[in-house]
Design a protein around this ligand. Structure first.
Ligand SMILES: [Zn+2]
Length: 228
């Protein structure tokens, strides 16, 4: 195991050992919660090191399980920054998007991110659907507290000509701007999405990527988590 993987693993082990019991059932809201064993996860992260950065593979991340004694619902306590049901973490996806915008081909990104070409192809529509760029901008104005001119980086023509790719680029920039305004760690795609999702599940599969909190016109007032 490389030193970055071992560092990440010890952080997650510490979280596993020190995180207390869940207070409330996410299903029924009752408070009769018991520990229900544990499991392990595998995850891949993008780590910026002295060079250009690299993908780090971490095995055996320990995850606690809880069960509600009222409704029998059981769930996992995912540590902060770890996405449910995804091996490849959003920091890797963000690096892929960043390289796409910088002109890399999908094949180059697949090689850099240690994944298949089809995986990289799926990332783009996924990012495009996670949030509405207009909602992200509205949220940014709310966070900053005044209308602001957001510096929008130039979108290369080959991306601009494809509506899904163009939207993915706008969502990507929107998350970066929001993370900067919230003083969250870049990449914004990871820090903001993980903060909003918390420990909830089922919002992150490819089949249903959108996160309700970002549809602020439709789901007004659910973004309290952004006041940090
Ligand atoms: Zn329950």
């Amino acid at each position: 195991m490389c030193k970055e993987a071992s560092h990440l693993l010890s952080w997650y082990q510490h979280y596993y050992e020190t995180a207390g019991k869940a207070k409330r059932c996410p299903q029924c809201g009752q408070e009769h919660i018991v520990f229900n064993g544990s499991g392990v996860r595998t995850a891949e992260f993008w780590i910026d090191d002295d060079g250009d950065g690299k993908v780090v593979h971490v095995n055996d991340i320990p995850i606690r399980r809880f069960r509600c004694q009222d409704c029998r619902h059981s769930w996992q306590l995912l540590p902060p920054g770890l996405m449910p049901r995804r091996r490849i973490q959003l920091c890797v996806v963000a690096k892929g998007l960043e390289r796409l915008l910088a002109g890399d081909t999908l094949a180059q990104i697949a090689e850099l991110c240690h994944c298949s070409l089809s995986t990289v192809r799926r990332w783009i529509p996924w990012v495009a659907d996670v949030a509405d760029p207009a909602d992200l901008m509205a949220r940014l104005v709310e966070v900053v507290g005044a209308p602001i001119a957001v510096p929008t980086p130039a979108i290369p023509p080959r991306i601009n000509s494809n509506p899904t790719w163009r939207r993915a680029a706008k969502v990507f920039f929107g998350f970066e701007a929001l993370a900067a305004a919230l003083r969250m760690e870049p990449p914004g795609l990871r820090s903001v999405v993980c903060a909003v999702l918390g420990n909830r599940d089922r919002h992150t599969t490819y089949a249903r990527p959108s996160i309700p909190e970002f549809g602020i016109k439709r789901f007004g007032g659910q973004m309290g988590i952004f006041v940090m």
